[in-house]
Design a protein around this ligand. Structure first.
Ligand SMILES: NC(=O)c1ccc[n+]([C@@H]2O[C@H](COP(=O)([O-])OP(=O)(O)OC[C@H]3O[C@@H](n4cnc5c(N)ncnc54)[C@H](O)[C@@H]3O)[C@@H](O)[C@H]2O)c1
Length: 249
């Protein structure tokens, strides 16, 4: 696996949400390749098991993040089995498209329940572990859609905007404990799901006209930035939003 090695990540217990596919699977593999002790959750049981079996020592549990109690218990269980969590990557999301006018109050609430609530819940569960260790890094995966306001996914965009503000709020509140909180905002990343559902040749040509750099953004491009934010190399960075979008914004 190419890219930089971060000695400070070796042995560090890293908890990743939504790790079974897409950018999450790359995060799991990249942190594992650094020698971190990786735990991840996802609602896709088969894909999660298969990934964990390929990477010795990786801990996996299938759950739905909207089940707050299950998410809380999984983080506690991973902490008990692998050691106190010192890196949390809040990656899980659901970018289902829906016009604002067609979004019922229930659908609005559901969008926040999967895209926003788990970020707060998981962060507050790991914070005491990080505080007692005197250090920790939380990385919230946001999106450039919150920066320019993508149409047709108001719940997702609003959740990502809230994540950006939450990142700043927690960075200030928990900085004195040695806990750093940063966000990552990817542009359009060529995951299997995006390629299957939305990243058509036509859409990709339109995207290519908007960016500064040619070529696709890959899941590894995002995961490598997360490694940096988790490592001691970024020790004086907190409350920031690192944009990886080939120059789109
Ligand atoms: N792919 C992109 O172009 C892009 C762009 C900007 C931001 N992002 C962000 O990057 C992160 C990862 O994106 P991705 O494209 O890999 O997403 P994805 O949809 O491919 O993967 C998300 C993972 O979360 C899991 N998941 C979804 N809902 C769940 C639930 N309720 N409970 C448990 N697991 C659940 C899925 O099974 C999947 O493995 C997300 O935060 C997303 O918003 C992605």
């Amino acid at each position: 696996m190419g890219g930089a090695q971060y000695p400070s990540l070796k042995g560090r217990v890293t908890f990743i949400t939504g790790g079974a596919s897409g950018i999450g699977a790359s995060l799991v593999a990249q942190f594992h390749a650094q020698g971190a002790r990786v735990a991840f959750i996802d609602r896709q049981e088969e894909a999660g098991q298969a990934l964990a079996e390929r990477l010795p020592g990786v801990w996996f549990r299938a759950l739905d993040v909207t089940d707050t109690a299950a998410l809380t218990q999984a983080i506690a269980a991973a902490g008990a089995e692998l050691g106190q969590v010192s890196v949390l990557v809040n990656n899980v999301a659901d970018d289902t498209r829906r016009a604002a006018d067609a979004t019922s109050p229930e659908a609005w609430r559901a969008a926040l329940a999967v895209n926003l609530d788990p970020v707060f819940v998981a962060s507050t569960v790991v914070h005491p572990m990080m505080r007692s260790a005197g250090a920790g890094a939380i990385i919230n995966v946001s999106s450039i859609n919150a920066l320019w306001g993508a149409a047709g996914m108001a719940g997702y965009v609003a959740a990502k905007g809230a994540i950006n503000s939450l990142t700043k709020a927690l960075a200030r509140e928990w900085g004195p404990d040695g806990v750093r909180v940063n966000a990552l905002s990817p542009g359009w990343v060529a995951t299997e799901r995006q390629l299957e559902l939305w990243l058509t040749p036509q859409a990709e040509a339109e995207w290519a006209r908007q960016v500064a750099l040619p070529g696709r953004i890959t899941p590894d491009d995002i995961a490598r930035a997360a490694l940096f934010l988790a490592s001691d190399d970024s020790r004086m960075m907190t409350g920031q939003n690192l944009v990886i979008d080939a120059g789109r914004t």
